[in-house]
Write a protein that binds this ligand. Structure first.
Ligand SMILES: [Mg+2]
Length: 131
């Protein structure tokens, strides 16, 4: 499982969803977060203070810079291309997940989700990255 001492970058244009993600992560023991509303802001924050960021959980559908655009930027960057990246998708976007997998996403979670699902997804993602 991920070290709960890492900082999690939570990206979603809906403040309510960011709160749900962070609350769920807190229940799993995580304590440090950065939250932003779109992929452009996420990129800026990451460049500003990359320290300890060990996981990105990012919504797909956002204004300005979408989740998939942000993912592609991360995977193309020298400094952040190894960062675990989990995409949050709506049920209606599941058919597009192939595009995200091809772009190098590590996993995805369909909204709405439970803490149990989040936990399992985090475990799966960690195992996939550290076989
Ligand atoms: Mg959204």
């Amino acid at each position: 499982m991920f070290d709960t001492g890492i900082k999690v970058l939570v990206v979603d244009d809906m403040a309510t969803m960011r709160k749900i993600v962070i609350k769920s992560l807190r229940e799993l023991g995580f304590e440090e977060f950065m939250e932003v509303a779109d992929g452009g802001l996420a990129w800026d924050r990451l460049k500003e203070s990359p320290e300890n960021v060990g996981l990105i959980i990012c919504d797909w559908n956002m204004p300005n810079v979408t989740g998939i655009e942000f993912l592609k930027k991360i995977r193309a960057s020298q400094d952040f291309n190894q960062l675990p990246f989990i995409l949050l998708t709506a049920e209606s976007e599941v058919s597009q997940v192939k595009e995200a997998l091809e772009a190098g996403v590590d996993n995805y979670i369909v909204k709405p989700f439970t803490v149990e699902i989040l936990k399992r997804k985090l475990q799966d993602t960690y195992k996939k990255i550290n076989p």
